[in-house]
Design a protein around this ligand. Structure first.
Ligand SMILES: NC(=O)c1ccc[n+]([C@@H]2O[C@H](COP(=O)([O-])OP(=O)(O)OC[C@H]3O[C@@H](n4cnc5c(N)ncnc54)[C@H](OP(=O)(O)O)[C@@H]3O)[C@@H](O)[C@H]2O)c1
Length: 89
């Protein structure tokens, strides 16, 4: 399954490790950009992407960032995401 993850901390990083190990195609993003995720990508095989790419690359998208930072996400983040994509916060 294609899975997008926004947030690469305790929760996002754990999801990326476990879901990649199970064979899912994981795309993961954080606030600092794909370059900051090189180590996690090398470790897990997940794709390091932008937040827009993470939102648009999954059949499921996990939003794993602190609640008070949700307002910082781009307002158009899910604009081009299919209506049948499940977003888990
Ligand atoms: N850790 C737990 O045990 C636990 C348990 C239950 C629930 N939760 C909840 O799960 C959520 C995530 O917690 P966490 O412990 O994983 O947090 P964390 O370790 O502090 O990681 C937060 C992540 O969010 C990213 N982030 C913040 N603002 C962003 C933005 N505007 N765009 C993209 N990425 C952004 C950060 O990226 P940068 O590093 O680039 O800033 C970081 O990768 C929170 O709502 C928390 O309350 C956590």
């Amino acid at each position: 399954m294609k899975i997008g993850i926004i947030g690469s901390g305790e929760i996002g990083g754990s999801l990326a490790r476990r879901l990649s190990k199970l064979g899912h195609q994981v795309s993961i993003a954080n606030s600092r950009g794909p370059g900051s995720l090189a180590d996690l990508a090398a470790e897990t095989g997940a794709r390091a992407v932008t937040v827009h790419e993470a939102a648009r690359s999954g059949e499921i998208v996990f939003v794993a960032i602190p609640a008070f930072k949700i307002a910082d996400l781009p307002k158009d983040l899910f604009d081009e995401v299919d209506a049948d994509v499940a977003v888990v916060e």
